[in-house]
Design a protein around this ligand. Sequence first.
Ligand code: BTN
Length: 249
Amino acid sequence: MAPRLAPLGRRVLWFPTVGSTNDVAARLADEGEPEGTVIVADAQTAGRGRHGRVWVSPPAAGLYTSVILRPPAGALDLMTLAAGVALAEGLHAAGGLETGVKWPNDIYVHGRKVAGILAEGGASPAGAAHVVLGFGINLLPAALPPEVASRATALETELGRAVDRGLVLAECLAAIAARYGQLRRGERAAILDDWRRRARSTFGRGVEWNGPAGLCRGVAEDIDSGGALLVRTASGRERLLAGEVRWTS
Ligand code: BTN
């Protein structure tokens, strides 16, 4: 295992095609697979995004990857924010692309999404609780279905040249390993500060979400120490923990 990747990458399993790398990782985690195993696929036939959306995953047009982690309970709340910062750092290290994050963990460049993260938790019968950290990075515009093409972009489109997908994967895994280490050591402020810096352009923007009493609107102001989005509304400050937030400005 390369030292920069530790504890990730002790085992890397590559598949030409799977349903979803998250499903493969979850099954292995249930069977007691140790932390750090990485599942990579060239294509997914049932790739999924957050909120039940489809993550279109044609062959070789994107990086479809899942990592098995077994974080301490105190680290769970910042897992996806830490992963968002890490992916942004990995993309920069691999190709020099500067990206921003949008709560909770979308990766954007010039207002278009280039990568997304789906973290799914479970309790393995054979071991401790696990998190499957799945991420998809658009490498080629071919990955983008027409209905999202206007809101998405791809790494090669932004860089104007071909990218070495192995390098992108390695740098993203190294960055995830580094941020995960910080999280395990309790260095939460560093993660929160770097996330805020990358999200600066989203603070002050309008958001809407479906609350218990219907549609709610407000302006995103900040995140708190647990990674919740803080939103100013007409009736005060709301703290959004999860769920779908739509950006309206
Ligand atoms: C999102 O932005 O909605 C999250 C997208 C996550 C996609 C990745 S691709 C690898 C892993 N396997 C999946 O089925 N989903 C994640």
